[in-house]
Design a protein around this ligand. Structure first.
Ligand SMILES: O=C(O)C(=O)C[C@]1(C(=O)O)C=C[C@@H](O)C=C1
Length: 267
């Protein structure tokens, strides 16, 4: 599975305007997948291990679908791409396509916040996104279990790509201001690193743009304001980015930087 984002040259992958452009594109991907998911009820049963018996597995139905998807996609090179990280590292299989060689732009690291992302997605993001359309309260729809879990995979994968793109942002910032970051990392000053990577104006712009996109993509242009049901609630989308997506992107940036000096002259 080839990279959906152009990481073909190191210079391209590390240009901050280019990275921010990719983050903006990913907003559309995340939004469209959430709109797909929000048409189904919350279906809480699919997140409880054991609630739906799966032969040979103790996973929840939703996790089992994700695990099985990762098993398949690992064979077609999804996790070769430096912006893709599995939720289930134990699902990884041998490649059936020849290995792809990407330019080595990121420093060696084992930063993976997918587990935390999935917990937040199930506990907060989904209830928020399904709620405003009345779907959180709506009765479970057993016939939609498979569709909901399939949509979850797409939502989680796009959110994961978004937050782990923080590694490219961090590498770019490190190269721009190496001396400052080396000092902060050596002092293990996570709060200081967090402050250094933060650009409040950019964050405000991200949230403002998302509000507009959610308004636009969530409305059906063929229907008038009054009778047009919203496909997604703008507030829920903004809250998801404000409370989870941006904070997790920043944690990825900080933790990546904390590993950035390993094997270098500054260690
Ligand atoms: O664009 C950046 O510089 C980023 O670090 C990404 C991001 C984001 O998640 O959108 C995170 C931290 C910054 O405060 C601004 C934006």
């Amino acid at each position: 599975m080839d990279a959906t984002i152009d990481l073909s040259t190191a210079a391209q992958a590390l240009s901050l305007p280019h990275i921010r452009h990719q983050l903006i594109r990913l907003e559309d991907t995340v939004l469209f997948h959430l709109i797909e998911r929000a048409q189904f009820p919350l279906n809480a049963t699919i997140y409880h291990p054991g609630a739906i018996p799966i032969p040979g597995s103790h996973l929840s139905f939703s996790d089992w679908v994700l695990h099985s998807t990762e098993q398949l996609q690992s064979q077609i090179r999804r996790y070769q791409s430096p912006d893709e990280y599995p939720f289930f590292p134990d699902a990884m299989q041998e490649l059936i396509l020849p290995e792809l060689v990407y330019p080595q732009v990121l420093w060696q690291n084992d930063v993976n916040y997918n587990s935390e992302l999935k917990t937040r997605y199930v506990a907060s993001v989904l209830p928020g996104c399904c709620a405003q359309t009345g779907r959180a309260e709506r009765a479970e729809a057993q016939e939609n279990y498979g569709s909901a879990a399939t949509a979850d995979v797409l939502c989680l994968q796009s959110l994961s790509r978004r937050i782990h793109f923080g590694k490219f942002v961090a590498e770019s910032k490190f190269r721009q201001d190496t001396a400052r970051y080396v000092a902060l990392i050596q002092a293990e000053d996570r709060a200081g690193i967090d402050e250094a990577i933060t650009d409040a104006k950019v964050e405000a712009k991200v949230l403002e743009r998302l509000r507009v996109k959610a308004e636009m993509y969530g409305a059906d242009p063929g229907l008038g304001e009054a009778d047009a049901p919203r496909k997604i609630d703008g507030e829920a989308v903004v809250a998801m980015y404000r409370d989870h997506v941006i904070p997790l992107t920043k944690v990825v940036e900080v933790e990546y930087l904390m590993q950035r000096l390993r094997g270098t002259e500054w260690e």
